[in-house]
Write a protein that binds this ligand. Sequence first.
Ligand SMILES: [Zn+2]
Length: 459
Amino acid sequence: MKKDKIILLKDCFYIATFNDNDDEISGQDILIKGNRIERISKDIKLSDEETNNAEVIDCSHHLVIPGMINTHHHFFQTLTRNLPGAQNAKLFDWLRSLYPIWEKIDKNAIYWSTLLATAELLKTGATTTADHHYLYPSHFVGDIMEIQFNVAQEIGIRFSPSRGSMTRGESNGGLSPDSIVQDKNEVIEDMRRVIEKYHNPSPLSMRRIILAPCSPFSVDKELMIETAKLARSSGLRMHIHLAETKDEEEYCKKNYGKRPLGVMKELGWLGEDVFFAHGIWFNNDELNLLKETNTGISHCPTSNMRLGSGIARVREMIDMGITVGLGVDGASSNDTSDMLGEVRNAMLLQRIRYGPTGLTAREALKIAIKGGAKLLNFPELGSIEEGKGADIVIFDMDQLQYAGSFSDPLASIIFTGFNHQTSYTIVNGEIVVRNGKLVHFDEDEIAHRANEISKNLIT
Ligand SMILES: [Zn+2]
């Protein structure tokens, strides 16, 4: 029988457990066996046999926290970041300028953009990620999800992508060219296929599917209803962009006679198995409805600032008990996949709206860790506790960027720091970032290939 791999995190300078008591402890060891945390205690001794099978990491200068969970992204957009024509546009204009470029994506673009996005996520502290892929150009031949799952497995990230969809093209009142929308039946058939082929519902699954029409202005009601039926009969999460901009609100009022959340209510899209990206423009009644139905929000502060979309009412959502997770959003509106940077922006943005207590560093981290675990339905992730999944990120605090901030080592990585990179990232009991570098890929090659493909797309 194959022996479980062992990792021993020795003499940790500071561990923020994010357990139910929010315990923060110093000078303890963490023993990982297989894909779970086996023990947390002072001075753990390994047997001779265990020592032969173990990697011991000296954590005496390190902050150790649970892996963060990115709940919203569009990996393909990493190849079209920072485009001058889309740098200063609001959402609908931004989309119109990018769709014709995105339409050209091929298998290579999917492969290298997935690698680039997941590399950045792992290096900045995310151990699990969603991806909302809604772009299926008519010329594309191949299985996008197969490429993405293979990359996720090779690089070592826990992956819960969405089978996204767009069925409403320009000729039918939508924003996107007709060449990148699909027929409703084609979408449903493919959703069934990917669930059957890839979805693994086990507690520490590395492969989970989410069903996610793109937005109220890019799909038809029938698809929304069918998607909800399929998701619920398969035990899947459901996701969509919602209440992101005032333009979207106007679109919904004009085309459906309702505000965005009213449309969701009519279509059966509320519940603890549903989470919306952005959720900026909810009124008080709508926040109450989210709370009553346990519907969640993926907050994307950087994208919201970048596109000038608005400030989500996260402070109030948390106080009401609404589940909020964090998402870096697509890399054409962030324009990074910097997970720790997103936590910092979440904290700062709430303070613009609510003052200096708008969001604390710990609350912002909690959203990124526990909120994400709840939205993506991973109850065995989101804390450092014996028996929990071994998804852990480790920051070397003995660096210029954190100097002078040790009065609060946990808040230090949010208030200070400028590169946001982990020293080690452990996913499912495997070290996938070691000494700040990806273990399984050459980072220079990823950058080089992504640049080549990006150049071909935009010229
Ligand atoms: Zn998005």
